[in-house]
Design a protein around this ligand. Structure first.
Ligand SMILES: Cc1cc2nc3c(=O)[nH]c(=O)nc-3n(C[C@H](O)[C@H](O)[C@H](O)COP(=O)(O)OP(=O)(O)OC[C@H]3O[C@@H](n4cnc5c(N)ncnc54)[C@H](O)[C@@H]3O)c2cc1C
Length: 511
C-alpha cells in the first residue's frame, strides 16, 4: 500500500492500514511530516503552521484506537475556548465549554442577547451532535439514516433548514447585534474562504455550538505533536515513511492502479494507492494511463475551478503577552478569568465580511481583516524559551493573487499594526522577530496548489447528493486508487475523520 502525503490525514490512514498488518509506505514530498498540522522551529521557539485550536480531532476514536497517548500525545483544554469580538463593538464576550458559564458572561456583556443565545443553542446543539457522529463513519444514506434514528431525529430539521440558508441569515434570525452574529461567522464561512451571505453556507453558523459539544484542545508541544504521535503509531506497526519523496505520477494499467513514480524517476509498485493530497493534482496531473472508466472523473476534475488560498498567518516572538484593552473593564474583570490563552476571533461586521469576499476576488484585502489571534505559550510554556512568547495571528480573506504581491512585508505588517491598536501600549516594542506565512508560502513550502488549504464543502447531507462521489466515498473510478484529506468528507481542520474513514473503506475492500 502507498499513501501519498504525510499530512495528518495521510498519517491516520497509513497508521490504520499498517496496524491491520498491511505493508504500507508513506511518500512525503517535504523533509518532515504533518503538512499544515505541523509545528516548526522559528526564532528559537516552536510555532504552529495552522492556528492550532483542535476542536474535532478528539471527537473521533483515532486517539484511542491508535493509542496516541502511549505515543506521546497529550492535550491541554482551552477554556474559555474563544474570545468573541468585532472591530467596532467594545464588549468582548467569552465562549466556555460549559453553556451556563457562557450565558453568565453574556448576562454581563450582552444581556439582551441571552435569550437569542439560548434559542440558538436549542436548535444548533442537536445538529452539531449529529454532524460529529456522522463524520466518524464513511457516509452513506443507510448510515446517515441510522445516525439520525440513534439521535431520535433531533438535529435533522436544523441541518435541513440551515443548509439551505446563508450563515448570515441564520445568525440574524437569533441575534440583534454584530457582536454576537459576526464572530461565529469569522470562524465559520470566513475560514472556509466564502462569504457568510452565500445561500447554503448556513451550517457555518454552528460554530459557537461546536465549542459546547466538543472541547477545544491544544497538543502539548504544539499542533505538530499530533502528526508526530501518528508517525510513532505508524512506525510501531512496521510502517515505512519516505520523506523528500515527491510523487509526480500515479501509474495505472487497464485494470487499475499499479503504483507511483517519484519526481526523481523512482518507480514504486503497489495495487493500492491512497492520495492524501489535493484532488485536482491527484486526478488531473498525476493519473497516468488510467483505464477508460476514469475518463469522466478526470474530465470532471479538469472543469472544476481550482480555488485559491485566502488564509495567512503571522508568527511572532514576543517579550510580553499582548492583552486586549477591551478586556480591561470592570464588567469583563467580573468574569474572573484570564482570557489571554484562548483564540480571540476579531470579526469585521457581516457587511464588511461580504465586501471583503468581493475585494478578495479583485486581489484586495479589507482595511480591518478578520483576525484569529492567540498566544499558545500562555497555556504551553514549553513552546518558547523563558521570557519569550509566541503570537499566532491568522488573517483571513488574504488572496493568493494579492495585487501588491507577497514579496513585500508591507501588508502583513499592517495586520500587526492594526492588532497593536487593540492591545496595551508597547506591543510593537515587544516583538522580537516575526514572519508571515501567506498563500504563496503555503504553495511553495507546503505543496498546496495556489496556496489553497482544501476543504470539503457541505455537511453530512452531501453524502446523498454529492456531484463528486469520490469526496464522500474515498474510493475512485480507478480500481485501487483512493483519496483522503481535507478536501474529502468531513473536511478541513485537524480532524482525522477523513483519514480514518478512508482506511475503513480500503480495509473493507480487501478480500
Ligand atoms: C493558516 C491556517 C490555519 C489553520 N487553523 C486551523 C485550526 O486552528 N484548527 C484546525 O483544526 N485546522 C486549522 N487549519 C486547517 C488544517 O491545518 C488543515 O485542514 C489540515 O491540517 C489538512 O490536513 P491534510 O492531512 O488533509 O492535508 P495537508 O496537511 O495539506 O497534508 C498534505 C501532505 O501532502 C504532501 N504532498 C503534497 N504533494 C505531494 C507530492 N507530490 N508527493 C508527496 N507528498 C505530497 C504535503 O507536503 C503535505 O505534507 C488551518 C489551516 C491553515 C492554512
Amino acid at each position: 500500500m502507498i499513501v501519498i502525503g504525510a499530512g495528518h490525514n495521510g498519517l491516520v490512514t497509513a497508521a490504520y492500514l499498517a496496524k491491520a498488518g498491511l505493508r504500507t509506505i508513506i511518500l512525503e514530498a517535504r523533509e518532515s511530516v504533518g503538512g499544515t498540522a505541523a509545528s516548526e522551529p522559528f526564532g528559537g521557539a516552536t510555532v504552529n503552521i495552522c492556528n492550532c485550536d483542535h476542536l474535532t480531532f478528539r471527537t473521533t476514536p483515532v486517539m484511542t484506537e491508535l493509542d496516541l497517548a502511549a505515543h506521546g500525545l497529550t492535550y491541554l483544554d482551552a477554556d474559555p475556548s474563544q474570545l468573541n469580538m468585532t472591530w467596532d463593538d467594545h464588549r468582548p464576550w467569552l465562549s466556555f465549554h460549559d453553556v451556563d458559564r457562557t450565558i453568565d458572561g453574556l448576562m454581563l456583556m450582552h444581556p439582551r442577547e441571552v435569550e437569542g443565545y439560548r434559542r440558538y443553542l436549542k436548535a444548533a446543539i442537536p445538529a452539531v451532535k449529529m454532524v460529529l457522529d456522522a463524520a466518524s463513519e464513511p457516509p452513506s444514506l443507510g448510515g446517515l439514516t441510522r445516525t439520525a434514528l440513534e439521535h431520535r431525529m433531533r438535529g435533522v430539521s436544523t441541518l435541513l433548514r440551515w443548509s439551505r440558508l446563508s450563515a448570515a441569515d441564520v445568525m440574524r434570525s437569533f441575534f440583534d447585534t454584530e457582536a454576537l452574529r459576526a464572530p461565529a461567522l469569522a470562524v465559520g464561512p470566513m475560514v472556509w474562504g466564502i462569504s457568510p451571505e452565500f445561500a447554503g453556507s448556513g451550517l457555518g453558523a454552528l460554530t459557537y455550538a461546536m465549542r459546547h459539544v466538543a472541547k477545544v484542545g491544544r497538543p502539548v508541544g504544539g499542533s505538530g505533536a499530533v502528526p508526530e504521535a501518528l508517525l510513532a503509531a505508524f512506525t510501531a506497526a512496521q510502517g515505512e515513511l519516505r520523506t523528500s519523496s515527491r510523487v509526480s505520477s500515479i501509474v495505472c494499467d487497464s485494470t487499475g492502479v499499479r503504483g507511483v513514480t517519484l519526481a526523481d524517476g523512482t518507480e514504486i509498485r503497489a495495487d493500492i494507492v491512497v492520495s492524501a493530497c489535493d484532488p485536482h493534482r491527484t486526478f488531473v496531473e498525476w493519473l497516468t494511463g488510467a483505464p477508460s472508466q476514469a475518463d469522466d472523473l478526470i474530465e470532471r476534475w479538469r472543469t472544476i475551478p481550482h480555488s485559491q488560498g485566502y488564509e495567512s498567518k503571522i508568527d511572532a516572538i514576543l517579550t510580553e503577552v499582548p492583552r486586549l484593552v477591551d478586556t480591561d473593564t470592570a464588567d469583563f474583570r467580573r468574569l474572573g478569568v484570564d482570557s489571554s490563552a484562548c483564540t480571540a476571533a476579531i470579526a469585521p461586521s457581516i457587511a464588511e465580511m461580504d465586501r471583503g469576499y468581493e475585494l478578495m476576488g479583485r486581489g484586495q484585502i479589507l482595511d480591518r481583516p478578520g483576525l484569529l489571534v492567540n498566544v499558545p505559550t500562555v497555556m504551553d510554556p514549553s513552546m518558547a524559551p523563558y521570557g519569550r512568547h509566541v503570537l499566532s495571528l491568522e488573517a483571513i480573506y488574504t488572496p493568493y493573487n494579492f495585487v501588491g504581491g507577497w514579496d513585500s512585508a508591507a501588508e502583513p505588517q499592517r495586520w500587526l499594526d492594526r492588532f497593536a491598536t487593540l492591545v496595551q501600549p508597547g506591543f510593537a516594542e515587544s516583538v522580537v522577530e516575526w514572519r508571515a506565512m501567506t498563500p504563496a508560502s503555503y504553495e511553495s513550502e507546503f505543496n498546496l496548489p495556489q496556496g489553497h488549504a482544501t476543504s470539503f464543502a457541505g455537511g453530512p447531507l452531501a453524502s446523498v447528493r454529492n456531484k463528486n462521489p469520490e469526496l464522500t466515498r474515498y474510493e475512485t473510478a480507478v480500481r485501487g486508487l483512493y483519496i483522503t484529506g481535507a478536501a474529502t468528507f468531513p473536511g478541513a481542520g485537524v480532524w482525522g475523520a477523513s483519514g480514518r474513514n478512508a482506511a475503513t473503506v480500503v480495509l473493507r475492500s480487501l478480500p
